[in-house]
Structure formats: C-alpha cells, structure tokens
Design a protein. Structure first.
Length: 277
C-alpha cells in the first residue's frame, strides 16, 4: 500500500487543534500519545481512556469530517502502515505465528474458570440454544454448532440479521443466546440480543472487549484477548481466539456429559464414514 485515501488523520487533527474544546483536547492528546493503542480501542474504551463522554468522542470525529470512530481508525491504520518499514517474508511468517500463539496464551490467562463453568452450565441446562454471529463471527458460530452437534447438544446458528431479529422475538426464559462478536459493537447483533433480553432469554457474549454495547446486555461475558486493527478485521488471529473459547465450552460440555457425548460422537463418526472414499 503506497497511497491512502483522504488526508492523514494526524494532519487533520493538527489542522483543527485550535478549534478544540477542553474535552476535545483530552481526546486529541490521548490519540496523539497512544496512537497504536487507539487502533484496538472500542468507542467505549476510548471514551474511558481519554476521560470524555462517548457522545463527545463521536462528535469529535464528525467535527473532523469522519463518519465516525471506525472511519477514523481505518485511515489512522493506513497512515501507520505507510510509515512502518516493510516486513520481509520471514518476518511476516513469524509475526502471524507469534500473534496466533499470543492470542491463545493471553486468552487462557484472562479466562475465569468460574465464568467458563457458568457458561457450560447455562448451555447444558437449556433446550433452546441459539448462536448469533455475523461475518467472520458467523463462521465461528457455524463451527460451534458443528462441535455441539457432534456431542449431542442441539443448537441453531443464525447469521442473517433479519432472521436473528425474528428468532430473538420468539425466545423464552429457557433460551440461551451465544452472541459472538469480536468487537461487541456489531449493531445487528446488539439489536437482536436486546430483543432476546426483553423476552427474558439469557445471553453469553464471546468478545474481545470488556466494555461494549454487547456486554451491556450479557449475563455472562467470556473474553478472548486478540484485538484487530481496522485493516486486519476478520483476520485468522481473532478467529483463532474465538474458536479457542468455543473449544473450551464444547470440551467442558462433553466432559460434563461424557458417556452420552462419547456415544453420539461415535455414531456420528460411523455414519459420516460412508462419505469418505
């Protein structure tokens, strides 16, 4: 990437610095001093880190001519990429490998065994388990459905935003929603989860951000550590961290229902063997 669309965000901020209010100056100074960290922040996290209200943060970016925080982050990531040295092929290989290993290691460190067990129990006790995910998180959701099916736990996955609204609208107290969203800020997921909560359903959020619109509606939050920059959105690293959480939940369920899970897994494997040459 040798060019970028639009003026560099750092230049735009400097050009408008004299017009900033006291609160806007806080945001500007935080971004200036923590450029790399900002790429991995949610709007809520930037608000808390800079000491400015979320509405003020949003107005700040729109005042500078950006559509919002995501638009700003995307251009900021491009700017940083242009100024960074180009990696060699060997460096790229090591970087991706290290990022994946780091994502799993850090996720294992922040996972609470108590919360993990609570999630396993919630799923185990419900006869109406529904997985919500969109985009790459929807792919992770499909993998979770496959894993659960192989151990005898019925679950449905919904990756279409309209169907998610419809499915959430007919949930009951015994329903469990497993909402997968890397940032926790996917509006379609949050909208569906809010409706599910109105119908007394329980919500388990699989995300990488402690505070986000999704976590406000979650009964239980299971965190992974991988955070993408805007240019890496949907990367395999973030998906690996999601699959790690999913594997922990499914393995826990299998262990809790060992004999039944073993029996169904063997039947499934036997019946699927006819699909192989």
């Amino acid at each position: 990437m040798n060019t970028m669309k639009g003026v560099k965000p750092s230049i735009v901020m400097e050009q408008n610095k004299h017009t900033f209010t006291k609160s806007e100056n806080k945001i500007y100074e935080y971004i200036r001093d923590h450029t790399q960290q900002v790429l991995y922040h949610s709007l809520t996290e930037l608000s808390e880190a800079s000491g400015a209200a979320e509405a003020t943060v949003l107005r700040f970016f729109r005042k500078l001519g950006f559509k919002g925080f995501q638009d700003f982050k995307f251009l900021l990531a491009q700017e940083n990429l242009l100024t960074a040295q180009k990696d060699s092929h060997e460096t790229i290989i090591k970087k991706v490998r290290n990022n994946m290993v780091q994502a799993i290691n850090e996720s294992s460190e922040i996972i609470s065994l108590k919360d993990l067990q609570a999630g396993i129990d919630m799923i185990n006790q419900s006869d109406d388990v529904v997985i919500f995910g969109i985009g790459s998180s929807g792919i992770a959701g499909l993998d979770m459905q496959n894993r659960l099916m192989r151990i005898g736990k019925h679950a449905s996955v919904v990756t279409d935003s309209h169907f998610q609204i419809m499915r959430a609208s007919c949930m009951k107290e015994n329903s469990i929603v497993i909402a997968i969203s890397h940032t926790g800020s996917t509006k379609d997921i949050v909208d569906a989860v809010e409706i599910a909560k109105e119908n007394k359903a329980k919500v388990i959020a699989l995300t990488s951000y402690v505070k986000s619109p999704l976590t406000r509606f979650a009964d239980l939050v299971l965190l992974s550590s991988a955070k993408d920059s805007p240019l890496d959105s949907g990367s395999l690293v973030s998906k690996i961290s999601q699959l790690y959480l999913i594997d922990l939940l499914c393995t826990g369920l299998a262990m809790q229902n060992f004999e039944n899970a073993k029996s169904i897994n063997m039947k499934t494997s036997k019946n699927l063997s006819s699909k192989l040459y």
